[in-house]
Design a binder for this molecule. Structure first.
Ligand SMILES: [Zn+2]
Length: 311
């Protein structure tokens, strides 16, 4: 059977994951490489080429989708990504196209995630939605009329860096009070030290050496009062922000992705309740909060592959 397949590549600060999928989202091959071990992006591209060739899929690939931090759809370059060791402008599309002799498309990882939801995930059948990735940072991809919003330069809809608390927590972008400093996984962990509470002294959470965001949610579920406060605080800030974001694209849903979202319906319900309180009346009871259905290791690869199918 002669299938037509897409190569999806998700370039991350720690690992680069790539895989081959068909239009239905079946994955035929997947591999992960440590990004930092490649001194130049060209070396990474060569290694991926070699792996795909050895796996016997090279001749079936009709296109390459790439998701990367600060990946610019229009220029095909990764632009000054703080988490990557390759500095400046990285012409990643050119590198893939000249090595594989096929068309490559780049976008940032959060946009790839949104397309992944549209084509394979919780966004199927929706025309207007926003996907929110709650990871190390907060990534967002905005779909309007089944298309990603890129803006004039490819960097539209960086909701994670909308400032929600005036003069609030310092952000990696150099400014203060950005949404992601409160509601990303990293932000939730920051709340353990930065949130004041009368229940703090009695919480087992503060005794953990290197706490993770998912532990905050676990502790909250088992009745730790301080952990519950952090979950409520996170849901309040995110819910308020989502209420305001509705004014931009009037989405029919927000799709939450990432470890925090995976903690289940309790958090999603809290976000929804808070969002409803803050919505302009014309949007009330019209916007769903959905949890991503792509919560497995293939999500990044499928998101990148979806760039090829969406084309
Ligand atoms: Zn910021």
């Amino acid at each position: 059977m002669n299938k037509t397949l897409a190569l999806g590549v998700d370039i991350g600060g720690t690992n680069s994951v790539f895989g081959i999928s068909d239009r239905n989202g079946s994955i035929y091959y997947e591999e992960s490489l440590p990004t930092r071990e490649f001194e130049t992006p060209g070396e990474l591209v060569d290694k991926i080429y070699q792996c795909v060739k050895e796996a016997g899929h090279l001749s079936k690939i009709i296109g390459i989708g790439i998701g990367a931090p600060n990946g610019n759809f229009f220029s095909g370059t990764i632009e000054f990504a703080p988490n990557l060791t390759w500095s400046g402008l990285v012409p990643i599309v050119h590198l893939f196209e000249s090595r594989f002799k096929t068309k490559a498309i780049l976008t940032n990882d959060a946009n790839a995630a949104a397309l992944g939801e549209l084509i394979y995930g919780a966004g199927r059948g929706l025309k207007d939605f926003v996907s929110i990735t709650l990871g190390t940072g907060l990534g967002s991809g905005v779909i309007v009329n089944e298309n990603l919003v890129y803006g004039h330069d490819g960097f539209a809809c960086e909701y994670g860096h909308i400032r929600v608390i005036p003069d609030g927590r310092s952000c990696g972008c150099g400014r203060k009070g950005c949404l992601e400093t409160y509601t990303s996984a990293t932000g939730v962990v920051r709340s353990i030290t930065e949130l004041e509470s009368e229940h703090k002294a009695n919480s087992s959470l503060v005794k953990i050496a290197d706490p993770r965001a998912d532990q905050v949610f676990e502790f909250a579920a088992s009745g730790d009062k301080f952990a519950e406060e952090i979950v409520d605080y996170t849901a309040k800030i995110l819910g308020d922000a989502l209420a305001d974001f509705a004014c931009f694209s009037s989405p029919s849903a927000y799709i939450l992705f990432g470890g925090i979202a995976q903690s289940g319906q309790t958090f999603a319900k809290k976000v929804k309740t808070q969002m409803e309180k803050g919505l302009l009346h014309i949007y009330k009871d019209k916007i769903e909060i959905r949890i991503s259905t792509l919560h497995d290791k293939n999500a990044a690869v499928l998101g990148a592959c979806s760039l090829v199918w969406k084309k």
